[in-house]
Each structure stands twice: as C-alpha cells, then as structure tokens.
Design a protein around this ligand. Structure first.
Ligand code: 4AD
Ligand code: MG
Length: 464
C-alpha cells in the first residue's frame, strides 16, 4: 500500500521520529558535498522547510541532476532527529521522484533574496517565497477569524450584489458594467446612450460597498455582515489603495454610534489576537525579516483602549501641532493620510476612533447630529496605515434623509428600496466597513497593499 503523504506542518511531531514518511513539495535549496546533499523542501503548509538528506552512495548524479530550486518532489524515507542545527527532524531519503523540473537558467526565484517589487512582477510564483507564503497564510486565518467573530456573536453572513445600479458612497468612481458594443452605442434622440438596450435595461456598475443592501438585512435579521469584493475606480496610485479589494461590512439594528465604536474596537482586537494565536511562525518571520517592532505593536494594540475623539477635537490637535503638513488643516477639510498618521503615530501613539465629521465631507446616509453641521461618522485609524475602518450611525429619519438627498441632487427613485426602510418600521442602526487588505497590512507589517492580495488590481495593472 502506498504510504500516505504527511504535510510538512504536521511532520515536526515527536511521535513520527523513526517512522517511514512520504512528503511532497517544492525545492527551496540544495547544497552539500560529495558524500551527502541536503534539500530544503517546502510544501506551503508552513513557513518551515523540511530537510531531506541524500546519501550519495544511494543516488546517482543522474538521478539528482533535475533536483534544482523550484522543482517538485515526492520523497519517501525515514524521519530522524536531526544532528544539524536549524531543524529538529529531517528525512533520510530512500526514494525520490521528481514530479516537475524547473530549469535553473529560467526559474525566476533563485536562492538569493528578491525585492518585493521584483516579486510583484512574478505574482504567479511569489506565493512560493517565505514572505508571501507567510502573508497569504495570515490572510486565510484572518478571513476565518472574521467569520468566526461574527458567527459567534450571532450575526448572519449576507451576500450583497456585486453588480448594482446605485452608488452607495456617492463618490462616482465606479466601474461600469455593460454588454453594449462600445464601438457602436445605441443612442437616444438627444444623443445620449440608450441604456434600455443594455443587459439590465439601465446603467449598472460594480459595487463600491454592500452597505445599502446590508442595512436591509440588518433591519430584518437584526445583525448581518458582508464579506466580499469591492471595486473602486479611483485613480489613487498609493500603497493603500486597490481598484479591487475585499470589505467586511457589519450592520446592526438598534446600535448607536457608541455601540458601533465598541464593535469596531472589539473586532480589530479579536482579529489581532487570533493572528497572534494562530500565525505565530509566520508573524515571527515577518517580525524578524522586515519590522522588528511588529509583534510589540500588535500586542500593544490589545492592551490599550482606542482613543475616541471628535473630528473637531482632532483638527484642534493638528492645528496646534505646529507641523507643516503637505495639505493644510482647518475645520471642514477631509483628513489626509498624513493627518491621520500624525494623530495615531505621533500624538496618541495608539489607534484612534474619530467621530462626528462635517456633513459635507461624508456620505449622504450618515445620521445628522443635532448641531446640523456634523454627522455620526466613525473612522478608525491605526498606526502605519491611517484609516482602516469607515462607518457611521445611519440616518433613519425619512424626512432628513430625503432633504439631504435633495441637496445632493440624488434621485429618490434610484433609492426606492433604501427609502422604504425609513418608511416601514424604521429603527436606529449602525455599521461600518473594514478594508480587509488594510487589516492584513496592519497585522503583517507589510508596507504596500499590492503585497497582501494575491493578484492586485491597480490603475494600469490587471495582470494574471
Ligand atoms: O470608508 P469607506 O469608503 O466606507 C464605506 O464604503 C462604507 N459603505 C462602509 C460602511 O459603513 N458599511 O470604506 C471602508 C473601508 C476603508 O476604511 C478602507 O479600509 C477600505 O474600506 N477601503 C479601501 N481599501 C483598499 N483600497 C481602496 N481603494 C479602499 N477604499 C476603501
Ligand atoms: Mg472612508
């Protein structure tokens, strides 16, 4: 009977020492001398490589020739306690089958370290490196943690549409979805495009947020969360923006702005704790390789209460800082990343939840405060990144929402379903959106959002 494969993540358990094992994976390195050769084998299940020891009396040069960096192997042999340092066990090879070779003159991932920029060009192979293996294992565990967090709290996972006819954020940076022939568009008499001929009979786009539909779920099921792809055609070539990213949007009936902040803080801390508990090897690797303050920073987040402060107070602190910002601050301006980072990294030195922004710089659906100037917005800012969460208490008063939409020139008929919510059993409710990749940046300490999603989409880049 064929020997069953053991994943490398499971091979380091003491019971297996002395046993025959079967392992499969890709060669990271091969080194050695005329008597013995060592292969570092990795199968993606863990950052750890397994050392395969080859006695050159048992294998010919011909057999070993195709075993180069990047080739894939099936190895059977005895698992023994290792004499060398750097690993607790190793496999003394008895049989080696080469599944696939990797021409050393062509294989792009050679032994020496590559820059993250170079690896971005090789995104189809970069998951085979230590760094990206670690990042994408952490990404998985965080996704799982998010579902677990909400499931354990009795939230329902809701799938909102990706193709939509309404613009949630009102920012207008949407990707249009059409089956019309762009070279020969059907026209109305006035020369405008005749969307009645389009697939959905009207203009549609990829969603910028599942929130509007999420609110419908929350005011029916009580508490929901979405977790799905989100699309923004904003032309921001920054280390924190993607054109296609993943967002988690919880929405809860009866929650006010304070409940919303409590949920956001608990949620972020849960994710950080989960990663520290379940991704120890990978986080330690990143801490050692890139940023030796990472683990301290993550542990610090767990210990401290997030600062809660209004936008107006935040602006005062920025004005009094005496710092020359690229974008000058005064009450009413939208905060730039440099402002957010000043507050969290220099002034408070911990995460900050900013609330009550001027209504002019926030979306139409946010609850108007009694001052008639600000809305019940909630933005959570973290060190190294700036905004990681954006949310609010929602305007649940039909007349106020209608007035705001009128001001903005929004057509009520485009938002019938959303207005109905304010007509039938309207209740206070709140929610927020967490950018999944920004959370991964925070937990891994990586600096560029292109390095925490397998195949990033950014302006002029849709490869793979
Ligand atoms: O602040 P935003 O635009 O809020 C909303 O979309 C609300 N509808 C959420 C809600 O209340 N349900 O986006 C939420 C978060 C941001 O804080 C940021 O973390 C992330 O989504 N985000 C992006 N991440 C990567 N690339 C982009 N282009 C992003 N735009 C927003
Ligand atoms: Mg925002």
């Amino acid at each position: 009977m064929a020997l069953k494969r053991t994943k490398i993540v499971d091979i380091f358990s003491p019971e297996l020492v002395g046993e025959q094992v079967c392992v499969k994976g890709w060669v990271r390195t091969r080194r050695g001398n005329k008597h013995v050769q060592f292969i570092a084998l990795n199968d993606g299940s863990t950052i750890k490589n397994l050392q395969i020891v080859i006695d050159l009396e048992k294998f010919s040069d011909e057999e070993l020739k195709p075993i180069t960096t990047g080739s894939s192997l099936h190895v059977e042999g005895t698992l023994v306690a290792s004499q060398g340092k750097g690993q607790s066990v190793e496999v003394q090879a008895q049989t080696i089958e080469v599944y696939g070779t990797a021409d050393p003159d062509e294989y792009p991932l050679q032994k020496k370290g590559h820059t993250l920029e170079f690896l971005r060009e090789k995104a189809h192979l970069r998951m085979r490196t230590n760094t990206f293996g670690a990042v994408f294992r952490i990404r998985h565990h965080l996704a799982f943690a998010i579902h677990k967090f909400f499931n354990d709290k009795g939230f329902f996972y809701m799938n909102t549409p990706l193709i939509t006819a309404s613009d949630c954020e009102g920012a207008g940076d949407m990707f249009q979805v059409t089956t019309l022939n762009l070279g020969d568009l059907p026209k109305n008499e006035d020369g405008s495009n005749d969307y009645s001929k389009d697939f959905f009979g009207k203009p549609t786009s990829l969603t910028v947020s599942g929130q509007l539909e999420g609110e419908l779920g929350a005011t029916s099921l009580g508490a929901i969360y979405t977790f799905g792809p989100t699309f923004r055609a904003e032309n921001s070539n920054t280390p924190r923006h993607l054109a296609e990213f993943w967002m988690i949007e919880p929405e809860v009936a009866f929650n006010d702005i304070t409940d919303n902040m409590d949920l956001a803080e608990e949620f972020i801390k849960y994710c950080v704790q989960y990663a520290l508990d379940h991704c120890k090897d990978d986080i330690e690797f990143l801490n050692q390789m890139y940023d030796n303050t990472l683990i301290d920073r993550l542990q610090g987040v767990l210990k401290q209460d997030f600062v809660r402060l209004t936008y107006t107070e935040g602006i005062k602190i920025l004005e009094q800082s005496g710092k020359k910002f690229e974008f000058p601050v005064k009450w009413g301006v939208d905060l730039q990343s440099e402002h957010e980072r000043y507050l969290v990294e220099q002034h408070f030195k911990r995460p900050v939840i900013l609330t009550d922004y001027p209504r002019e710089i926030k979306a139409f659906y946010m609850k108007l405060n009694p001052d008639n100037k600000t809305v019940a917005a909630v933005d959570c800012l973290v060190p190294g990144i700036g905004e990681i969460i954006g949310g609010s208490q929602r305007e649940d008063d039909y007349a106020k929402l209608k007035a705001r939409m009128d001001e903005l020139g929004m057509k009520e008929s485009d938002y019938d379903f959303y207005m109905d919510l304010r007509k039938y059993g309207s209740v206070r409710h709140s929610g927020f959106g967490l950018g999944f990749e920004r959370l991964i940046l925070f937990v891994t300490g990586m600096q560029n959002i292109r390095d925490v999603i397998p195949f990033p989409r950014t302006p002029k880049n849709a490869n793979f």
